[in-house]
Each structure stands twice: as structure tokens, then as C-alpha cells.
Design a protein around this ligand. Structure first.
Ligand code: NCD
Ligand code: ZN
Length: 357
């Protein structure tokens, strides 16, 4: 909306509402049990669908488990909610090609997730030897089943801040040379190297980008003291990397799409001598993305990133409904009580410009 003003006012005022096709979240952690029942409404109120990460305890490694988890999620949806959970299998050294066929035939499993063992929260059962997975990955390539990768090496000799860039050379490039038609989503990218690789590589590859990696660099972790609610994996990087992610997300390139990586943890496990990795952003995800896109003067690109590029990559239709964000200040609560567990959302206590209408 453009408004004309009297002479000393700005000639153009920023739009005060934004209506876009209902978005999807292509990477979210809902957990299970009471936590899932508490956080699901936040995701379902903004997004039409979401790719549900399988790193539960124990992980979702079979189609049967994915179907049961999906039923739990659907049973917990608020009355009248229209939300479709897109299920994911957790790849292990022992996953079989038959399991991929079962997943494909189920119609509700949309991807398989590679966690290098030890890379992040609940990844202990992940892959320690990708070579063992080659028959499964070949089956995925043949069946058009996307592989979602947590793109970090776990080699303790590699600096934590370099683990994503090293993953591209040591794991991703060799894998893509071996299986050039395997659909891959490089999840929650955090570096210029990853953005550049995804933009330039041949073949079916895409990347998700979180709101927090668009908004913050690693200084945020240490502003005035250690701030555990800004700690996630892959960890926030330097400003040059944040700028490259903003450029990628707002470029209009369909290889980049929205994935919040919203990852709720109990406050006591975040504010801890060995705090868990993960930022809780499902509550206010679209307001955070709108802020990041507005700062880049690219609100007109938000719909592509949030609502169009993901379905195109996954071969799904775009949602038919829409959402409207309005420019109305809203203060993020200091904490959320989920059952009797406190969860602190990202930017708790701060005021956001945008609110979901
Ligand atoms: C995620 C979690 O808590 O499950 N944590 C995170 O920091 N992003 C796992 C993950 O996606 O790496
Ligand atoms: Zn994640």
C-alpha cells in the first residue's frame, strides 16, 4: 500500500499489511508428548504444512513409527485447524532400501534425514559411516525421495565454526558426484560457502534458511554475557555469512526456502552448564521472517521463499489459503508454560513490528 503524505512526511509509507499464500515450514522440531501438544498450535496457526524432524528419543526410523507419530500430531491439532504434517525418516547405518519403498508407498513420508552421528541434538543414532548407506541412498535417488542433510562434519579436529564448509567438501560433493540425481535439501544453512554451493551446483539441490540465521550473527551469543537462547546448531556465524544468507533468501532463487528449525527445549536445559542447542521460533516465525525480509527491503520476495519454492522442490501443490501479517507491535512473552515446563522463545521480551492477523 502506498500513501501520499503532506510535504514534510515521507512520500511513501511502508505497507502496513502483507497477504501471502499460506506458507509451509520445511524444517521443524515438534517433539512428542506434552511438548508437542503445546508447540503444535504455534506451527499450525501459521503454516499449512511442515516437514517434521524425526530426532525424537527414540528416533523415527521406520515408516510404521512415522505413521504412529503422524497420528499423534493429528490427534493434537486444535479443532478446525488445517495443517498437514509431512513425515521424515531418520537415517541410520541400518536403514534398508525396503524401508524406503515402504516410506514412499505410505504417501505420508516425504523425506529421509541424515544426521551425522553426534552432530546435534538426538543424533547419537545417526549415520557414522555414509558408505554403509549407499544402497539406501541409491534407492532414494531412484524413487525420488529427498535426502535432508544436517550439513556438518563431526571431526573434533575441525573448528566448530568451519564444520559446515568442510562438510561440503568432504561429504556433500562426493555424495553428489556418486548420486547426481538424488534430491538433497541442505538444511538450515549458515555460511556463505553453503549459500554459494547451493546456488551454483548442478542438479536437484535446495536449502532451508532459518529466521534466526537471517537476523543474527554470532555476536548475539555473547552480547553482555553468554546468551543460551541464541545457541543452536549449526551455530550462528560471522556477519559476512549472515549477509550471504539474506542475499540468498531474498534473491528469488527457488532453491532457497523457509525452514524455521524451531527446536523447543526446556528452559532449565538451555540455561545450563551444558546447554542444549536449539532456538524456539515457531511462536512468531512469520513475524521474524517478515522482519528479516523488510530489513533487506525485500518483503515482495517473502511469498516465494515462504510459500512457493518449497512445494516446487518437494513436488507438492502450493497451498490455496492465505495469511495476512499486519504491522502491529507485539511483545514476545518472556516464557511459555507448556504443561509445567518453561520454554523461552527467541527474542523473549522484545517487541516485533509484525503480527499475524
Ligand atoms: C535441533 C534440536 O534441538 O532438535 N537443534 C538445533 O540446534 N537446531 C537439532 C538440529 O536441527 O540440529
Ligand atoms: Zn533442526
Amino acid at each position: 500500500m502506498t500513501l501520499l503524505h503532506a510535504s514534510n512526511a515521507p512520500a511513501v509509507s511502508p505497507a502496513d499489511s502483507l497477504t501471502i499464500i499460506r506458507p509451509d515450514d520445511w524444517h521443524v522440531h515438534l517433539r512428542d508428548g506434552a511438548m508437542m501438544r503445546g508447540v503444535l498450535q504455534h506451527t499450525a496457526s501459521q503454516f499449512g504444512r511442515a516437514i517434521i524432524m524425526p530426532n525424537l528419543k527414540p528416533p523415527v526410523t521406520t515408516t510404521a513409527q512415522a505413521l504412529a507419530y503422524r497420528e499423534q500430531i493429528i490427534a493434537a491439532l486444535p479443532a478446525g485447524a488445517s495443517f498437514e504434517p509431512l513425515m521424515v525418516l531418520y537415517l541410520t547405518n541400518d536403514t534398508t532400501a525396503d524401508e524406503i519403498s515402504r516410506a514412499r508407498d505410505s504417501g505420508v513420508v516425504h523425506a529421509v534425514k541424515l544426521y551425522p552421528a553426534g552432530a546435534t541434538t538426538n543424533s547419537a543414532a545417526g549415520v557414522s559411516d555414509l558408505g554403509k548407506c549407499m544402497p539406501v541412498l541409491e534407492a532414494m535417488q531412484t524413487q525420488g525421495m529427498p535426502l535432508l542433510v544436517h550439513g556438518e562434519v563431526t571431526d573434533p579436529g575441525v573448528d566448530l565454526f568451519d564444520r559446515e564448509a568442510v562438510f561440503i567438501e568432504r561429504v556433500l560433493q562426493p555424495l553428489r558426484r556418486a548420486l547426481p540425481q538424488l534430491k538433497i535439501v541442505f538444511e538450515h544453512i549458515t555460511t556463505r560457502e553453503a549459500a554459494q554451493y547451493v546456488a551454483e551446483a548442478d542438479g536437484p539441490i535446495a536449502a532451508t534458511i532459518t529466521a534466526h540465521h537471517l537476523l543474527y550473527n554470532r555476536n548475539e551469543l555473547f552480547k553482555g554475557g553468554m546468551r543460551p537462547h541464541y545457541y543452536c546448531l549449526p551455530v550462528l556465524k560471522r556477519e559476512t555469512h549472515r549477509l550471504a544468507l539474506v542475499a540468498a533468501a531474498t534473491s528469488g532463487n527457488p532453491r532457497f526456502f523457509l525452514g524455521t528449525d524451531s527446536a523447543p527445549h526446556a528452559r532449565a536445559l538451555k540455561e545450563n552448564a551444558c546447554g542444549c542447542a536449539g532456538c524456539y521460533t515457531a511462536l512468531h516465525a512469520m513475524a521474524l521472517y517478515a522482519l528479516a525480509f523488510e530489513r533487506a527491503d525485500a518483503l515482495d520476495r517473502l511469498e516465494g521463499f515462504a510459500s512457493r519454492h518449497g512445494p516446487a522442490f518437494y513436488g507438492l501443490p502450493v497451498n490455496t489459503a492465505s495469511i495476512t501479517l499486519v504491522r502491529r507491535p507485539w511483545t514476545i512473552p518472556a516464557q511459555l508454560m507448556i504443561d509445567d515446563t518453561s520454554v523461552v522463545p527467541l527474542d523473549a521480551g522484545m517487541t516485533l513490528d509484525w503480527t499475524l492477523a
